[in-house]
Ligand binder design. Structure first.
Ligand code: ADP
Length: 539
């Protein structure tokens, strides 16, 4: 027997409709790339988004068409996040930090018909447009007064287009499984792969990401997403904010610690989300200022593991750290690390032991670890294996690719190696390709890096496997020092208090900087290449 409840489709447009009706007065504040500030409300935004929907229709955008964006976190990008999927097209966010070849590959693979670009990226598009035959016109996200002189053939001004429309538009209703947005993984190996989100997956992800043990969003919040909208939809925040009616502060282009700090104080920000590199800069800024952190009460850290010392520094400021783990393929939310009730009274050190883990799966994400043969491994917090996930906001395949990333039972292999403890906390020990295989045993590069980051004088650390004739690989610690390089022996002695003896790096090398990917992660492939012939002193 079937239930008798309504089958209303879960559509992205309904999030903004909800915000307009129930939180119409709530502000969205942005830092435009043109300078100054831009403020308006959800009511204004909803109106303009309907005008934008009409603009898209007038341009000839049809259901299923891909419309590319190259833009920072601003109100105009926010409008595109709703208008493009709202009419049944696909909002394809392109990461402008990728290499030219990757950007053209992605735009061509997606067959983007239009590109909406911030002023900052006009030059980039001028350089590449000749290699993007599917693009019919480029719309510059600015007003007439700021339109640049450009060699682009078909160029339009965003504000002029909107000004020509009225907002008499009703959002169409369609199948909730319709594709809504597209985001390519950065493809550290092989070509980038397109993750194609749906309305249904996005709305369910929005509910789950707003839960108390995840972001805990509410209408009381002022959210500042530093995580870019071009990387996994700014971790879903643009959708969650509308769902709960939170004030949004969109930082635009400048995300330095100083700017973010000032913006937080000015706008009364309560929650913010960013990768560890940004938070490091922010903490340095805050600790050298006497201005405090205003209303900020929690931060989300994700993308890579935050060092323990970072969580401690936030705690000293009275700010909760919510570490999130996820990936583009997961919309992106997988787990969040928050304490359970009985842990609230634990000593600080034991709390930190929990909070450095990547956390518990939000309801909707199933997780398990298996060995290379696919055998299920125990959730004992010690055994580590390949982490697999499944759920309604996990990918089932890549855009225009036949090879399936999931097995017959729907499990998606994350490429991460992890433990899961009996209370549900997952801890990443490595990316499968970064784990160090020493004499048949696995050493976690992440754990070593985190430990090294706690040593004074270490600004950034990365551990890779260096060739060893007896053990296959042994850990090599690569450090960017804070000022003068610290003493190697003292550093290794310090590490011996944190990891098993056989995990200790065979050597430490100091470098001026580490190579990073477009999403701010240490590029281990480049580092391994650089130290391919490195001769460990233990050989
Ligand atoms: P990209 O490859 O473009 O950077 P993703 O953001 O999808 O794309 O990367 C996902 C990967 O990032 C995860 O599989 C995991 O290895 C790593 N990651 C994300 N969050 C964390 C975290 N909190 N701790 C450790 N690793 C993380």
């Amino acid at each position: 027997m079937l239930g008798l409840m309504q089958q209303r489709p879960l559509l992205i447009s309904s999030l903004l409709e909800h915000a307009e009706l129930n939180h119409g007065e709530t502000e969205i504040v942005s830092c435009p790339v043109e300078g100054g500030e831009h403020r308006y409300t959800y009511a204004d935004c909803a109106k303009r988004t309907r005008k934008l929907a009409k603009t898209l229709k007038r341009l000839g955008v049809e259901t299923g068409d891909r419309v590319g964006t190259l833009a920072w976190n601003t109100w105009r990008h926010f409008e595109l996040f709703y208008a493009i999927p709202g009419i049944g097209a696909v909002c394809h966010t392109i990461n402008p930090r990728l290499f030219d070849d990757q950007i053209t590959y992605i735009a061509n693979h997606a067959e983007d018909r239009f590109l909406f670009v911030d002023l900052t990226f006009v030059e980039l598009v001028e350089r590449l447009i000749g290699r993007m035959p599917s693009v019919e016109a480029v719309i510059i996200l600015t007003d007439a007064a700021h339109m640049p002189k450009t060699s682009l053939p078909n160029v339009l001004c965003y504000e002029d287009l909107l000004a020509a429309e009225d907002d008499d538009f009703a959002w169409p209703q369609f199948d909730e499984n319709t594709a809504s947005s597209l985001c390519y993984t950065s493809g550290t190996t092989g070509d980038p792969k397109g993750v194609l989100y749906a309305h249904r997956s996005t709305v369910i992800h929005t509910y789950a990401a707003s839960l108390p043990d995840v972001h805990a969003f509410s209408a009381w919040d002022v959210i500042l997403p530093v995580a870019p909208m071009f990387h996994a939809n700014s971790w879903g925040i643009p959708y969650c904010a509308a769902a709960v009616g939170a004030k949004l502060v969109l930082p635009g282009r400048d995300v330095s610690g100083t700017t973010i700090h000032a913006l937080m104080l000015k706008e009364g920000v309560t929650h913010s989300a960013a990768v560890p590199t940004i938070w490091l800069d922010f903490l340095n800024q805050v600790e050298n200022s006497d201005k405090g952190t205003g209303k900020l009460n929690r931060v989300c850290v994700g993308g890579t593991a935050p060092p323990r010392s970072m969580i401690e520094r936030f705690h000293k400021l009275g700010i909760q750290v919510r570490q999130g783990w996820g990936m583009t393929e997961m919309s992106p939310m997988g787990t969040f690390a928050t304490l359970k009730r009985d842990m609230l009274d634990w000593p600080e050190d034991e709390k930190l032991d929990v909070l450095v883990k990547q956390g518990r799966g939000a309801f909707g994400v199933q997780m398990r670890i298996v060995d290379d043969a696919g055998t299920l491994l125990p959730r004992d917090g010690k055994t580590f294996g390949n982490l697999q996930v499944r759920g309604p906001w996990v990918t089932s395949g890549y855009f225009k690719r036949d090879d399936s990333p999931i097995d017959a039972d729907g499990w998606f292999n994350t490429g991460d190696v992890a433990t899961i403890d009996p209370r549900g906390f997952m801890q990443i020990t490595d990316r499968a390709k970064d784990v160090i295989k020493s004499g048949g045993e696995w050493i976690s590069s992440i754990e070593l890096e985190n430990a090294a980051m706690g040593f004074p004088g270490v600004a950034e650390a990365a551990v890779i496997g260096a060739h060893h004739p007896k053990w296959d690989e042994r850990p090599l610690l690569v450090v960017v020092p804070k000022g003068a390089p610290p003493d190697k022996r003292a550093l290794i002695d310090y590490l011996s208090g944190h990891v098993a003896k056989w995990w200790l790096p065979d050597d430490v090398v100091f470098v001026e900087e580490l190579p990073h990917t477009a999403t701010g992660k240490v590029q281990k492939t480049a580092l391994r290449e650089r130290f391919r012939d490195y001769k460990l002193p233990t050989i």
